[in-house]
Design a protein around this ligand. Structure first.
Ligand SMILES: [Zn+2]
Length: 374
């Protein structure tokens, strides 16, 4: 991960970069900020920056061998410590460690703005107690005592140090106290107050502010191709958390998908009662919502068309949504899908001009029904 991928937080990025340039990197740093904020992303980007062989004044290169290893989360000089279920016997530790590390590599890369609850449900650990254990601290001490493999630095990223068991804290305190070596500890905390005072006092703290609403909205529009209205809504609900914004987005997409699926079902069956009811609902929702819903429908139909084009392989939807799209694409011919696409586009283009959204939507439904049942 590179600094560039994190929206905003310019000041903090700059101060981390200048600490490197001035050879003033604190060997134990605490990134403290709200859950769903940029803490973990910042730690991962800083680690990438430190190890990069061709870094610039503002970021890691993204292409050197160290950057690539960081991108794949397999750099041998970067170690992650995160809460996980404790081993009942110490001989089980290695096994749990190996299992969770595999998942962690995917999780941290794909859900960099997630919180501990997301990690727990990602693993199905709901009934387990997760923590950073005494075995983890032994593992840290072992790791620190080894030489670095490739670069100048060895970096330990500790996610949620507040989940440290008191028995682990002592071991970790010991390594934090050691005179600065080329080992750098990056602690990513979301609840600074609940950390042991002895840990706090041994680290240099960087406060990570929540993302601004505007930053989140721009990020969703520019990096995720989200429609401005949808992005704006997710950003408002997110309360500074990018993790929450992604969640809101998924929810919104889930609802939009479910709505489209039902609508197409009514059209296909020629179920006029339900078509009228759907038109009433459509009429009752706000103009931006109507627009978003139709744009989302167009995207689904476009994907259904692509699912029929051999070798296009452009459809990036999984789960029920992906299955529906393939089925829908398999059921309706490309010509039919194109006809529906054009009908929806034309209603979308005239949304502002139509006197009644209800009448426009109902005629659209009847058109779609005619095409699908032909
Ligand atoms: Zn690089």
């Amino acid at each position: 991960m590179r600094f560039e991928e994190i929206p905003g937080l310019q000041e903090l990025k700059q101060s981390l970069i200048s600490s490197y340039k001035q050879n003033h990197i604190a060997h134990a740093q605490l990134f403290n900020g709200p859950a769903g904020g940029g803490g973990l992303a910042m730690a991962m980007s800083f680690a990438t920056y430190l190890l990069c062989e061709n870094k610039t004044d503002s970021d890691a290169c993204g292409t050197c061998s160290n950057c690539q290893k960081m991108d794949r989360m397999i750099h041998p000089d970067v170690h992650f410590i995160y809460p996980k279920p404790s081993a009942s016997k110490s001989s089980d530790y290695e096994k749990i460690q190996a299992e969770t590390l595999k998942k962690w590599r995917v999780f941290a890369k794909e859900h960099t703005y997630a919180n501990i609850d997301d990690w727990v449900s990602y693993n199905g650990y709901e009934n387990k107690n997760v923590l950073i254990s005494k075995e983890d601290s032994k593992n840290i001490i072992r790791t620190v005592s080894m030489k670095s493999f490739e670069g100048d630095f060895k970096i330990l990223i500790i996610w949620y140090p507040e989940y440290m068991h008191p028995a682990a804290a002592n071991g970790i305190l010991k390594v934090l106290e050691e005179p600065p070596t080329q080992t750098i500890y990056l602690l990513v905390s979301y609840s600074y107050e609940s950390l042991l005072a002895t840990i706090r006092s041994r680290t240099q703290m960087f406060n990570i502010p929540p993302f601004s609403e505007e930053t989140i909205q721009d990020h969703l529009i520019n990096n995720r191709n989200v429609q401005p209205e949808v992005a704006g809504k997710a950003a408002r609900m997110a309360n500074g958390s990018l993790g929450k914004a992604y969640y809101e987005l998924e929810q919104a997409e889930g609802t939009a998908y479910e709505w489209f699926r039902l609508w197409m079902q009514y059209c296909l069956k020629g179920d006029y009662t339900s078509m009228v009811k759907t038109s009433d609902e459509f009429h009752g929702s706000s103009k931006p919502n109507q627009r978003t819903q139709l744009e989302f429908s167009l995207a689904l139909i476009r994907d259904a068309i692509l699912s029929q084009v051999e070798g296009a392989n452009l459809v990036n939807r999984d789960g029920a949504e992906g299955e529906f799209i393939r089925k829908f694409g398999g059921f309706a011919s490309i010509e039919k899908l194109e006809a529906i696409y054009n009908e929806i586009s034309s209603v979308l283009n005239n949304l502002g001009r139509n006197a009644s959204a209800k009448i426009a939507f109902l005629s659209l439904s009847i058109q779609c029904s005619r095409v699908l049942r032909a």
